[in-house]
Design a protein. Sequence first.
Length: 255
Amino acid sequence: MNEIDKDKFGAFVAQLRKEQSMTQKELAQKVYVSDKAVSKWERGLSMPDITLLIPLSRALGVTVTELLECQRVERAVMDSDRVEELMHKVITYSEETPVQRQNRRRQETVLLGVSLAVVTLEILGLWILGYSWEQIGLNLLTYEGLYLVFAGYFCFFTKDKLPEYYDEHKIDVYSDGFLQMNMPGIHFNNRNWIPIKHTAIWGMMISAMVLPVMYFLCGLVLPAYFMEYIFVYVCLPLFFIALFGPMYVAARRHA
């Protein structure tokens, strides 16, 4: 098996930490993370970033090989098959497992369906409250369509893995079909791409559900002739903020 068992890895880290009479907080200070992060590693809930493997191995008094093997190994020359398997573990270390990918896609699909249902009910509610279809179509449906189209595209059509040259070079432009994004200040790579996709979907769907509520509340306090201008000139910037804001946060967090 070429994938790292998170539970086994966490148990091994906990064992090594206790052998050195270290608390989770003390280990966290040695590798410059929070003690909550160490706790998650040891419970098999997450894995340390690949850049932490060397400092973590030094702090625990083992080699990186032993960390990846989740056990102490003899300092002997490994055969070519064992080396190849170890290299595969390193290469796939930060990638999603098939189960994680399936769970994430299921979660995103459910969110998309729920948000679509909520938006439909909200728009019908506005119509029942006396808003005409002309008003709703002009002020809401265009933006709702943008939110749903982009969320659906990120959910079903964008790739889960970027080409290798994204990892080898600092690239701040993503191009795939009709979608082209230029995001100065961040670099797309396979470590941050999945979080970027995931947060973009959440940002679009939450915004789609919030927008009808905003429209209704604005209608309570603003004159009717202001509504068209408010939603034409204010909601477009909000759309780009809802799309790119979470993506920037995710990219920075997983840089």
